[in-house]
Design a protein around this ligand. Sequence first.
Ligand SMILES: [Zn+2]
Ligand SMILES: [Zn+2]
Length: 265
Amino acid sequence: MRDLKISQPDLASAADMQIELLGAQRRVQARVPLPSATFDRRKPDHAQRRPVLQFKDIPIDWSDFRLMIRQTADILRRFETLEPADYDRIQGLARDGQVEGVVAAWYEAAIGPARRRPDVRSPERELLDQVLLLAMRPFLARCAEALLPRLELGEWHHSCCPLCGGEPEFAFITPAAERLLICGRCTGQWRFDAITCPFCENNDRARITSFTSRDGRYRIYACDECRRYLKAFDGRDGSRPALLAVDSIATLPLDAAAIQRGYQS
Ligand SMILES: [Zn+2]
Ligand SMILES: [Zn+2]
């Protein structure tokens, strides 16, 4: 991250914000206990597309969760990515007695057969989802760390996370040229077809637009069916694994290029 600030100074503020968000996440994540379920050799339900981690299995300390919400809002506000009214609303959520229900509903919305991204989402809803995602990450990342290696994922070919049901936020191209998707909620990784769009499952190569960053380190897969795109770190040279926090900042110019061509994340 610090190298990135030097090589691309115009991204310095976004990188600083990411460093702070990561710091808050790590401090809380260090305190999250291991989930009590072990999931040894358990298989996610492939036919039903049902991921294995249920809300009740996530070891959430609610005072730590409220702290994460408050700190996330503070950081976003400080870097001017949150309006004062939204900041107050998010802070109110951290004090709200109903927060557990709000988080459970957010978590469950991605799970089960009814899972679909609604066509129209209010900006308030998008923002709330984004804050919940950041605030839940220490708890879900802890689960992914402990449980994902124990699952049998051989038959899981879906585009949603086999552990928590989240959407992919990024991808990693392995030295074997396979594509791993990285979950936006728990940061877990799983293998997925190298071409198919993970948002609408379009697999017509002619309807996927792909281009790379200038240095060739990163790639975009943009779908001409659903108009969404996914970014990937190309690790075929074996240099390093994907680092979600670093890579999502380093690829901001690629986001701009994709949006300019009419795609959305
Ligand atoms: Zn996940
Ligand atoms: Zn698509």
